[in-house]
Design a protein around this ligand. Structure first.
Ligand SMILES: NC(=O)c1ccc[n+]([C@@H]2O[C@H](COP(=O)([O-])OP(=O)(O)OC[C@H]3O[C@@H](n4cnc5c(N)ncnc54)[C@H](O)[C@@H]3O)[C@@H](O)[C@H]2O)c1
Length: 338
């Protein structure tokens, strides 16, 4: 297929990246933004010169020819637009997590089986060349894995100001899909059971009723262990809004990745802050892992053979994070079905 026609559902932070990337792509066409917030919809659609619709259903009723859809709605709101797109036979890139219940994830997959479209789940860290280099090195060395440990945390800005829907998510739904996907991708092992602990203290006092911090210890299918630690109440004086550190230990070697600490720093008399890579290149095109992922998705919709994270893996991650929450509620170790 030449020049696939793309609609973006959810015109927030992520929807804008995917829309701009499509707008600038030489072999794809952005055809619409679907976003229920009228001012946000008009702003993004106006910037990129395409029509806005309040929902994907409205777009499909309009009869606009669309080949693929990107769903970038809040964590808890992926199922309805994903199912609508897949029922219409379209290809889908859906943000992580695939869904926040395994029943919703299974209904999304069933819709793809009925409609014949492909599901790609947006595990964007696979496009980070540092993770790719470590994965390659692990394969070349062939040493058995002993443990992995990841710290992925945000400042309190994220659940209190950046996202309007944090109370309907958690650090496990918003952050752990990234670190858990990386652990499975680096090791080729799957999580089989989990024990989690958490703290709910600061955010409820600020009117956002969700977990501050969650620590989850997983047993992996290859006999290794994985510890994931995610929270979103770090003080705003931190140099960067997020912090991502990943450690891997094999029989022979140890690896450390500091994903957030690769940029520049600026110190003033008040604080030190990070200057990350610009979100756009010198010609105004989005750059970074999300844009790279989107370009690969567009190439795949156009017919290229690209290795992309799919629905079965998305379902596994959803089941694992669901088990994290079950363990938080019960205090007990929870199995993870694959
Ligand atoms: N922000 C990040 O750093 C980041 C990074 C990676 C992945 N993600 C994931 O991307 C998804 C979107 O996150 P975001 O940060 O862009 O959120 P956001 O709040 O900035 O944007 C979400 C948008 O979706 C709209 N929306 C809600 N329900 C809708 C529906 N049914 N149809 C169409 N639009 C709808 C909202 O009005 C809002 O404009 C989430 O699943 C999140 O976990 C976010």
């Amino acid at each position: 297929m030449t020049h696939p026609r793309i609609a973006i559902v959810g015109g927030g932070i992520r929807g804008r990246i995917f829309a701009e990337t499509t707008h600038h792509h030489p072999a794809a066409e952005l055809v619409a933004i679907c976003e229920p917030n009228p001012s946000r919809a008009q702003q993004l659609a106006g910037d990129l010169g395409v029509p806005a619709h309040p929902s994907i259903e409205a777009l499909l009723e309009d009869g606009a020819g669309v080949d693929a859809v990107v769903v970038a709605t809040p964590d808890f709101a992926h199922e309805q637009p994903a199912v609508a797109a897949l029922e219409a036979g379209l290809d889908l890139l859906v943000e992580k997590p695939l869904a926040t219940t395994s029943e919703e994830a299974e209904r999304i997959i069933a819709a793809a089986e009925r409609g014949g479209g492909r599901i790609v789940v947006g595990f964007e860290n696979r496009w980070n060349p540092l993770f790719g280099a470590v994965r390659q090195q692990l394969r070349e060395d062939g040493h058995a894995l002993i443990s992995q440990r990841a710290l992925l945390q945000d400042t309190v800005f994220v659940p209190t100001q950046m996202l309007g829907w944090a109370a309907l998510s958690s650090p496990a739904w918003f952050l752990m899909p990234h670190s858990l996907d990386m652990a499975t991708w680096l090791s080729d092992a799957e999580p089989v059971e989990v024990h989690a602990r958490g703290v709910k203290r600061l955010l409820p006092s600020l009117g956002v009723d969700t977990w501050d911090r969650i620590s989850a210890s997983f047993a992996m299918s290859d006999g290794s262990i994985l510890d994931l630690d995610s929270g979103w109440v770090q003080p705003q004086g931190k140099p960067s809004v997020f912090e991502f550190r990943f450690e891997i230990e094999t029989e022979a070697d140890a690896y450390v990745l500091d994903i957030d600490a690769t940029g520049a720093r600026r110190a003033t008399s008040e604080r030190t802050s990070a200057i990350g890579a610009p979100a756009h290149d010198r010609r105004g095109r989005p750059q970074g892992v999300a844009a790279d992922m989107m370009r690969d998705f567009l190439d795949a919709v156009g017919g290229a053979d690209v290795d992309l994270p799919g629905a079965a893996h998305g379902l596994l991650i959803t089941r694992a994070i669901e088990a994290v929450h079950r363990s938080l509620e019960t205090g007990a170790v929870q199995p993870i079905t694959s």
